[in-house]
Design a protein around this ligand. Sequence first.
Ligand code: XMP
Length: 514
Amino acid sequence: MDKVAVIDFGGQYNQLIARRIRDLNVYAEIKPYDISPEDIISAGYKALVFTGGPMSVYLEDSPLCDPEILKLGLPILGICYGDQVLAQLDGGCITGAGASSEYGKTEIFTDHTDGPEDVLLAGVPESSIFWMSHTDYISELPEGFVKLAHTSVCPYAAMGDADRKLYGVQFHPEVTHSEYGETVFRNFLFKICGLKPDWKMDDFIENSIDKYRRELAGRKVLLALSGGVDSSVCAALLSKAIGNDLTCVFVDHGLLRKDEGDLVEDTFKGRFGMNFIRINAEDRFLEKLKGVTEPEQKRRIIGEEFIRTFEDAADMIGEAEVLAQGTIYPDVIESGKGSSAVIKSHHNVGGLPSVMKFDEIAEPLRDLFKDEVRAVGEKLGLPRALVWRQPFPGPGLAVRVIGEITKDKLDTLREADAIFREEIERGGLDKSPSQYFAVLTDLRSVGVKGDARTYGYTVALRAVMTDDFMTAKWADLPYEVLENASSRITNEVKNITRVVYDITSKPPATVEWE
Ligand code: XMP
């Protein structure tokens, strides 16, 4: 299998570069900028991509790679800062762009050379839009390079040296706003490097299983399973690799949705036959939450109680050498670059007791994006309900029961929520909302059921569309879906007299009510 190393100079789109390459069926992985030429050779990479980065190559502490890497004979594509690294190490000149800095969509003009280096931008029209974000530019090309493109202010928007197969672009082909970004990657990978597009997600799975079997078999590995997509896929993958050397601990805090705890147990203990410990901690969580109405206090109590539960179960769990985590790439960005040694304070499991010490952390999914993780989960045979589980807050239904939490209220909410989700699924919507759930408000109102007056709770339904959950638009659900949900909830769930639909976007509201 042909492999590409994406050499990381700290840019924000680095994983996206690896992702674009994998989308073209070539395996790509991120490596730090200080990787040695020997490691590059021994890993068998067929090509390198230098990423962007926030620094200026001419400043003293800026990351640069070993110049010997340029002499390995491997094709290299430098992107933005990576383009400037290539030029700097090879004797070019980089200067501050000043007023000529470019940000965002920028018109690029190709410069045909009629030489073999033209192939990098083959198929890119004379004028097209690419994403730019730079405050420096190459003012003088290194020897051997020729100009392949420019913008109205940037003299060398792309450069190439066909003999040495070294290429650089000032723009970001990995960003979707770049109209011909994929063309540039295709040209580089297939026409310049001659790679074969034969990588599949199955290869990732097989390679990971081999790797973790080699590294972890015979050692005790612990995974705190939340039932979320990431920890579930991580558990399934590691169980294929090391079987019962993996122990999964699932703390059921009693704040999960209807039947969710059982689904997790049936899947991992039943179907996968894993070494699976379920700790039923509903009583202790509800006891601690008694009388608490303030949302942040609920979150704190749940995080804390999670750790205490783990501590109390330490004997049952036993010592472990390795902690496995379902960290995925977006978590890596959130928690700071290259932080693999930091135990992720996983939202959904609330952190582990600090007394638990591990020699090592295993994070098999840390290079993958969410949709890639889901693809792995499907291939490993996880049930759809787990693989396509929507985001669910770590504190669970505690932040969806407004005000004081009781078991009755939780049960009421679970029923209403399950009906709403069923009706959305049954509604066959063209585009499913990104997240949808019911909230049990603490507002009671008068109703009439049969001939009798009732006085029950009001349930709010919430459904949002969003890409990143930073902003969200309330979902324009068909009336029929809302009507069916409302009538079923008021008919089938005791204690609910009224159903309302939340039509507030984020901002100003958050997705969750608490
Ligand atoms: P908000 O309510 O902040 O939610 O607009 C954005 C996304 O984050 C989820 N969320 C949480 N996830 N622990 C979590 O793991 C939490 O405390 C928490 N609060 C909100 C929410 O469900 C939505 O997907």
